[in-house]
Design a protein around this ligand. Sequence first.
Ligand code: AMP
Length: 253
Amino acid sequence: MLYVREHEKDEAAGGRRPHGSMVTELVPREVRRPMALNLMLMGPPGAGKGTQARRLARGFRLPHIATGDILREAVEAGSPLGRAAAAIMDAGRLVGDDIMIGIVRQRLERPDAATGFVLDGFPRTVPQAEALDAMLDRRNPLVVIDIAVDDADIVRRLSKRRVCTACGTIVGAAEANPPAVCPDCGGGLVQRRDDRESVVLERLAVYREQTAPLIDYYRNRPTFRSVDGSPGPDEVAAAVADAAHGRSVRRTA
Ligand code: AMP
């Protein structure tokens, strides 16, 4: 059997090769073709959606569409979208549905999302979920993976979470002590502005009020899966990959 190294998969997918680290994980060459899979990860802030979505997207060779990342890039670029979103994000509230639906509609129309995608951070409200269903009308069904984590864990996790300024890797969310530099590329790590405790509490309240109802929205679909997000990232990754493949399905009560 032929194998490729992880970074070759990243490069072929248009991603950057991690530098300063040995990437030696070998994967079968036949997974180099993108999976025909429309995946959406949901869960409270700090559940590990970003980490898991990045891993799945790399493994399945699908675009990782993270609405939070799109907004943060817009804020950094100082675009009209960024200027409109910055204060809302800093307060831990949600950007308006119409704006978010427009962003995702445009993104899903790009050729790299034709085969499938990994959505991270969208939908976050019932109107967004309804709009997504309409967008996916002629596509494969949406596979929804809910990563469940106790509230008590979330503030603790987010206070430790750091993001690499060079490659975007998320570190420390589930670890006792986050490392000083990015384990993937050696880049500098920063705390997200909205990971400060006061903002986290607001984000949690917003999640409960506006996003948790999505569990009921999706729960009765055969493609809804829930995984326990409390173990370490590797264990959660295995459960999430199983759920994406339709194995080990465990529904929330
Ligand atoms: P995230 O990185 O997914 O935690 O998103 C960071 C912030 O971006 C959120 O707290 C919201 O302010 C905003 N945001 C991201 N995705 C959405 C969405 N689908 N709807 C509304 N606001 C969003």
